[in-house]
Design a protein around this ligand. Structure first.
Ligand SMILES: [Zn+2]
Length: 488
């Protein structure tokens, strides 16, 4: 019995290894995608960690239930209303869809299961629009490349020893499955099962977003809250450009000039250019047709077209994470035989972009005994975030900055702010940002346990009222952008 079990186990391991070793250029539907991710984890158990951050909608029904929770939504599971009794195929669908689909994340790194002090967290999220499919597949190939290069390629080995990389191939698995056949243009698969556009579904820094927060969105918001993400990209299709925050704006951020500038505009331009210049053709900026060009292959999100409730602004304002939006294919859902070329076109850019998580400065804020101080505010002079960036549970901060001289300001309530001037080199090649710690005199537990949170209300709204500017350009912008709103 024992020998037989061992034999079966051995065969199973062999199967898993071979599944992990060969990754075809084709579309992986839910079952195959899960099988692939499980296979990779089984073949590389100490380098990877596989978990689901939540579940999609399919098979569940949302009932407005104001007052139950922050989102005003209460989720219950009901019989699938789209299935007629006795319909075998329908019954199978119901079974599959009973509790939604898992939102899988594969984490790669030397310490894949948990955060380590000093090691920044990076993420890639694809397929939040279910009909934009290239990102979903190239992230699987990125996983394949990373796990097979670790221990062989010195750059990838150092990258994964010094970075924790989170990869979510699909944020909208229901939308992907709803898109039956490859189609270059917009389809209903863009939306989640409730018909919501997930890239309009986040709290917005500029206006009240009345959209009901969807389970997929909530899962990502919780994930962002629970990890110390520093850098991220969000993969889309339907255009060829790297777009950066802000997507929304007001006169304070420059909307009257058609450009919504964040305090870290220089860093965002660098990040977007890093991707476009390492991509096979994005840097040319020719876009997808003659009507639309993007110098250098990049654009400010708002300059392209304004949108509310987008994920990249949410990451930057509330998640302390710099995120850009990558539009990777003119055709949203191209035929599978083009996937190999898409992987080749993006491979270098995907790796170079991850390295940027080591830009700038990082460190710990502690008391004089070395105890970490969470929720201390650490900001750079001259570039205040509307919701100030704070240290995590371990008292850590990470600030992405281009090489240069900066004054870093650390603040703990009840103490005088501590200022330090730092000279930041380009450290991305060393896989470690400049280290600068702050040590405060003894801080009482009372102060340390003070809960700091950033309100979900539109943070820039007050600033607009203060400037009380009229918005004559709004109608013009609406007219200009109405035909573009199906991309990001
Ligand atoms: Zn999109």
């Amino acid at each position: 019995m024992r020998a037989a079990a061992g034999g079966v186990g051995g065969i199973l391991i062999l199967c898993l290894l071979s599944a992990a070793a060969t990754l075809d250029f084709k579309y992986h539907h839910t079952e195959e995608l899960e099988k692939y991710l499980r296979g990779v984890h089984a073949a590389h158990p100490s380098l990877t960690h596989l978990h689901s951050i939540g579940r999609s909608v399919e098979g569940r029904v949302q009932v407005p239930d104001m007052g139950t929770n922050e989102t005003g939504l209460h989720l219950i599971e009901l019989e699938n209303p789209f299935v007629t009794p006795g319909d075998e195929e329908g019954a199978k669908m119901k079974d599959e869809a009973k509790e939604g689909r898992d939102l899988w994340v594969l984490v790669l790194g030397r310490f894949p299961t948990h955060h380590k002090i000093g090691i920044p967290e990076f993420k890639y999220v694809a397929n939040m629009h279910g009909d934009e499919t290239v990102g979903r597949e190239i992230l699987l190939h990125l996983i394949d490349f990373l796990v097979t290069s670790y221990g062989r390629d010195p750059v990838i080995t150092r990258l994964l020893n010094n970075t924790r990389v989170h990869i979510m191939p699909t944020m909208n698995p229901d939308g992907f499955e709803a898109t039956k056949v490859p189609d270059c243009y917009y389809t209903r698969g863009r939306y989640n099962r409730n018909g919501a556009d997930l890239n309009r579904n986040f709290p917005d820094a500029f206006e009240n977003n009345s959209a009901n927060i969807q389970p997929e969105t909530q899962a990502v918001m919780d994930w962002i809250k629970n990890e110390t993400f520093v850098l991220s990209a969000n993969l889309h299709g339907g255009a060829l450009v790297a777009s950066y925050t802000f997507d929304n704006g007001n006169p304070v951020t420059g909307s009257l000039k058609g450009y919504s500038r964040s305090p870290d505009d220089d860093v965002f331009i660098h990040l977007a250019k890093t991707y476009s210049s390492n991509h096979a053709s994005m840097y040319k900026g020719t876009g997808c047709d003659n009507r639309q060009t993007f110098p250098g292959g990049i654009t400010n999100g708002y300059s392209w077209y304004q949108l509310e409730g987008g994920m990249q602004d949410y990451n930057y304002v509330w998640g302390q994470c710099f995120e850009i939006t990558l539009e990777l294919s003119c055709c949203k859902y191209p035929p599978a035989d083009q996937l190999e070329k898409f992987w080749r076109d993006n491979k270098v850019a995907l790796i170079e972009y991850i390295k940027q998580v080591h830009l700038g400065v990082k460190g710990q804020v502690t008391d004089k005994n070395g105890n970490p101080i969470p929720d201390a505010i650490v900001e750079v002079k001259g570039r205040p975030h509307v919701c100030p960036y704070r240290t995590n549970e371990q008292g850590e901060y990470f600030l992405l900055l281009l090489p240069g001289t900066y004054v870093i300001n650390a603040t703990v309530p009840g103490f005088k702010s501590m200022l330090k001037t730092v000279e930041i080199p380009d450290n991305t090649g060393n896989f470690s940002a400049l280290k600068q710690d702050f040590s405060f005199p003894e801080v009482s537990d009372k102060i340390r346990s003070r809960v700091a949170s950033c309100p979900k209300t539109p943070l820039y709204q007050e600033l607009t009222r203060a400037s009380a500017a009229v918005k004559p350009t709004v109608h013009v912008l609406v007219l200009m952008t109405v035909t573009l709103v199906i991309f990001k």
